[in-house]
Design a binder for this molecule. Structure first.
Ligand code: SF4
Ligand code: SF4
Length: 285
């Protein structure tokens, strides 16, 4: 089962749900993989504390121009939709940070003066933690190519009973990239007007992608009933309500697993995992 944990905004407890759900499933004897696709701010590993990690550069294609072969025709710059090339006289300037690696320029060059090079946009990291396989991406500071790094983290998907993706918050193309390949989406929100506003936006995106989804309400009891009312009207299942408990925030701040720090939390996450597995079976039927 491929499960994505998403939210309309940051700070709702999305990563807490992803990590604790992954550990709960591992402790039930399932083969679990956790992919942290929040590549601008990955933090699942902070809670799992892997002792050793395998790191490599996340590479994307970029043009390399051989000036001696260039005739200055300008066809490469003309085809580039991202303004990543400029031809000045008989010289071609490349702006690598704007390049999306589409290959158009080296395919169109009549002199074969452009070849496919590579540059790093960040790190790809893999680790094994107590039976759980963890992978995450870490984008270089100032780098804009978020979706290609998310795609590379997603490509690390391996053989597992349950793959959990921690998606970036929001409804941008980055969040949509992380939803690719999902069987089911868990939307994490809070029972506040802001939480409801962002939940509506996130649910709209998930529905447009025609993915089944349910809702986890974090800090239940801290706000009002508008999220509950809206879910009822929209026919969205509330999968779990995590009580507003100071001990959850304290565990998060210490980098501890809520499962281990808060009595009763292990049962909540085990029940959530079983509910999601049941939804997967129903979806496949
Ligand atoms: S398309 Fe090729 S030959 Fe023409 S300007 Fe670009 S690099 Fe030079
Ligand atoms: S690979 Fe595509 S995006 Fe990059 S410079 Fe060439 S045409 Fe532009």
């Amino acid at each position: 089962m491929n499960l994505t944990i998403a939210s309309g905004k940051g700070g709702t407890g999305k990563t807490t749900v992803a990590v604790n759900l992954a550990v709960a499933a591992t402790r039930e004897g399932r083969r679990v993989q956790l992919l942290d696709c929040d590549v601008e701010e990955p933090n699942c590993h902070l809670f799992l504390e892997p002792e050793t990690e395998r790191r490599r550069d996340a590479l994307v294609p970029v043009p390399e121009v051989e000036e001696a072969a260039c005739n200055g025709c300008g066809e490469c710059a003309a085809i580039c939709r991202y303004n990543a090339l400029a031809v000045v006289g008989s010289s071609v300037m490349v702006f690598p940070e704007l390049c999306h690696g589409c290959a158009g320029c080296w395919l169109v060059c009549p002199e074969q003066a452009i070849t496919r090079g590579e540059r790093s946009i960040g790190d790809l990291v893999e680790a094994d933690v107590a039976g759980l396989r963890l992978a995450y991406g870490r984008l270089n500071v100032g780098e804009a190519l978020v979706p290609p790094l998310i795609a590379q983290v997603s490509a690390l998907r391996g053989d597992a009973d349950l793959t959990i993706v921690d998606a970036p918050p929001g409804t941008s193309c980055s969040a949509i990239a992380a939803l690719s390949g999902s069987d089911y989406v868990v939307l994490v929100t809070e029972p506040t007007p802001f939480g409801l506003n962002d939940l509506v936006l996130a649910a709209d995106v998930v529905r447009q992608l025609e993915l089944p989804c349910g809702v986890v309400i974090n800090r239940a009891g801290a706000g009002d009933d508008r999220v509950h009312d809206w879910c009822r009207r929209e026919g969205l299942e509330i999968l779990l309500e995590i009580p507003d408990d100071r001990r959850v925030a304290e565990a998060y701040a210490r980098g501890d697993l809520v499962l281990d720090a808060v009595p009763g939390a292990a049962d909540l996450y085990r029940d959530l995992m079983r509910t999601l597995m049941a939804r997967a079976v129903e979806g496949a039927a």
